[in-house]
Design a protein around this ligand. Structure first.
Ligand code: ZN
Length: 413
């Protein structure tokens, strides 16, 4: 492995540039004005921003790039999306899934993503998508870290053999257990599905990531059950509640009571602002709810929140590209987190906060860690966000994964 000296990058929010020395695939030295050594490859990034790689903390790769197959979701609701996917799911083959996921992952890589938590639908007696994703997790591991969640799209208690399919997924080697309490037939099923998911995760030593209350129904309260179980088992940091869009509609008296439990539990949250502003509020007339969870309040309470894309060109998002910059931008607007420091810190939603959710160690630009990092065509994050700066380089263990030449436009007047 060639050693590398990366010159002239601004790391995260640093105002002055520094150099990064990579030896044996790890950061060996970080500081200003490092001397090049014999045999070392030297790359100068001209004072651009360097960040740890972006992390996609919530996406469904199994359905990626299937929009229009067999038909488009014309109502734009979550539930029509589930129906369309259920039809497409019958025609899945391992090769079909692998071919689409490879394309989607390469597209994500171009946007600086090196870590992906993908939910995989296991409400399929053949578990075709899961078999494909498990193979890809190994095949792609040098280029991207894939974390797989057993996701019961059509329910655990409400789908034939739902519990057995979840158990088989755990035995096959998923990283995390999911659930979908708001989709279960009854409130009782919702509670028992969460109890089952937590017990299964504990039995297999797995993480938990629940599609939790992704509905505009203020009475959807899977979150309190999940948080209570996580608190009682002392596993909050291993548990994630994704979406929690019903929280948008909770009355404040209930939310404030709930916040105490959430803080005690220490669970993580993933919000998917782009997709949920598209899917939620569809049964409203006006005023029309945004349907995004209370990111600002959760963050201010010290809870860990990350942002995800959720869907890439599929029945739930025909325009999802995989670019997390779009997600952060939309998230800041829709949650009204537009204060100067909120904007400056917002890269954390797709880097450090997401790393905590995924339970990654060996993450971040620091001596001793794997030399995984990206370089953006801007001097700082606020400018990168505002002007949609492309990722000009992505390195993994010091190896170049992505190289891009920034487009220089001439304005002819
Ligand atoms: Zn999702």
């Amino acid at each position: 492995m060639t050693d590398l000296l990366v010159r002239n990058v601004r790391v995260e929010s640093a105002t002055t540039p520094c150099d990064l020395r990579v030896e044996g695939g790890r950061f060996a030295e970080i500081g200003p004005g490092l001397e090049a050594r014999r045999g070392e490859r030297v790359i100068d990034h001209g004072g651009r921003l360097a960040l740890p790689p972006f992390i996609e903390s919530h996406v469904h790769l199994d359905s990626a790039l299937t929009a229009g197959q067999p038909r488009y979701n014309e109502s734009g609701t979550l539930f029509e999306g589930i129906q369309v996917w259920s039809e497409r799911k019958r025609t899945l083959t391992v090769e079909d899934v692998k071919e689409r996921v490879r394309r989607a992952v390469r597209q994500q890589a171009g946007f600086g993503i090196q870590y992906v938590r993908s939910h995989v639908d296991v409400t399929d007696p053949e578990l075709t998508a899961l078999r494909a994703l498990l193979e890809l997790r190994e095949e792609l591991r040098d280029d991207v870290t894939l974390q797989l969640v057993a996701f019961p799209q059509e329910g655990i208690e409400s789908f034939p053999d739902g519990r057995a399919l979840m158990r088989r997924a755990a035995e096959m080697g998923v990283d995390a257990i999911g659930a979908i309490p708001h989709f279960e037939f009854t409130r009782e099923y919702s509670v028992s599905s969460l109890d089952f998911a937590v017990e299964l995760a504990l039995e297999f030593g797995l993480l938990i990531d629940v599609h939790c209350d992704e509905i505009d129904d203020e009475a959807s309260r899977g979150l309190e059950t999940l948080a209570a179980r996580a608190y009682e088992a002392g596993i909050g940091e291993r548990v994630t509640a994704s979406h929690t869009t019903a929280m948008h509609s909770y009355n404040n008296a209930y939310f404030i009571r709930l916040l105490r439990l959430l803080s005690m539990s220490g669970i993580n949250f993933v919000s998917n602002p782009l997709v949920n502003t598209h899917l939620q509020g569809r049964m409203d007339t006006y005023p029309k709810r945004r349907g995004v969870t209370r990111v600002k309040e959760l963050t201010e309470a010290g809870l860990n929140v990350s942002f995800g894309q959720d869907d890439i060109v599929d029945p739930w998002n025909p325009l999802g590209t995989g670019n997390l910059r779009d997600v952060v931008l939309n998230g800041l607007y829709v949650t009204q987190m537009m204060g100067r420091s909120e904007i400056e810190q917002s890269y954390r939603f797709i880097t450090h906060n997401a790393a905590r959710t995924l339970h990654l160690d060996d993450y971040g630009i620091a001596v001793g860690n794997s030399a995984n990092f990206i370089v953006l065509d801007a001097p700082d994050w606020t400018e990168a966000l505002a002007f949609d700066a492309p990722v000009v380089a992505s390195y993994r263990a010091g190896r170049e994964l992505v190289r891009a030449k920034p487009v220089r436009r001439e304005i002819l007047f």
